[in-house]
Write a protein that binds this ligand. Sequence first.
Ligand code: AMP
Length: 355
Amino acid sequence: MGIPLASPSRLASLRGRTPTVATLCSHSSLQIFHGARVEGFPTLGLSVGPPPRFYDAFPLARPDRFLSVPTVKELAALSARLREEGAVIVPHGSFVEYLGAEAFAELDVPVFGNRAVLGWESDRRKERDWLESAGVTMPKLIDDPQEIRGPVIVKYYGAKGGKGFFLAKNREGLEEFRPTGPYVIQEYVLGTRYYMHFFYSPLSDRGYRVGHGSIELLGMDRRDEANIDELYKLGAQEELLKVGIRPTFVVTGNVPVVLRESLLPRAFDVAARIVERSVELFGGMVGPFCLEGIMTEDLEFKVFEISTRIVAGTNLFISGSPYSDFIEPQLSTGRRIAQEIRRGATEGRLAEILS
Ligand code: AMP
């Protein structure tokens, strides 16, 4: 038996009924609804404004019903209604971002996964404490610009994957940086980026065992980032600056990748350490998570970020990936979430996977 995350009162709305899988109509919602439908769950789409029309174009991924509110703020007030519907909310990046981490944490509705993870993921310093205390290598943090020995990246707090990151080739280059808010300076890691889609099941008793359960690797992607990419990241900067364009890392899409098979043990080892430490720190990170890092030419994997819920890169693998095909055919992350909810409900263990 694993660690209970939800109190009996939090789960009261689900007693004796099949949960309805609900999420915000954005990000990876098509995959979440499709996966839930394949596993036989009713589905509910939450939309801000009228339900998006694009669902009409995808009949197998369209939620059974919609619940619409005029503005994002009203979402926070939907708890009672969602409990009546027997909803389990499946969080995704846009859901938490639109609603705000605080309002999301306060939703009085069962949420898939451990919402305590939010506090650790949304604060870059706490995230670093978690990962480094798990023995994971991250890009070096530079407190004093005098310590700069090579290229650096400057990130504003909260500006995830966004605009305003500043790249400097060296200490002199950083002198041009004019901060507009709190920021951190990191070593700029040269290598190849990998975004690894893992799933931690505290209910599973087979496979790659970690803690009370096991981890699965469901897919891997690389993000396309405009207006900068790959080899040109540092070299092209001057050329871009000449025409008045600052490099940004705004995500515009995703491409599938696989890792050299000989590097898989390392990837699993890093994932396992992070899960084990999450159990010690806050009762465990449950369900999908993504390790985002750079493999250097010395084959060291430096993790610059962890996303602790389904990431949009999993949208590549609706009918399976080169990894999930070795677990079960046609296994998307959305479907895997639905399977976990079904197992939790069947075995009376929902408290271990919902919060
Ligand atoms: P993040 O907001 O931390 O997810 O970073 C956004 C993007 O910036 C990543 O997808 C990488 O392309 C790049 N990046 C972040 N940190 C580093 C780093 N330390 N070295 C090189 N590139 C980085």
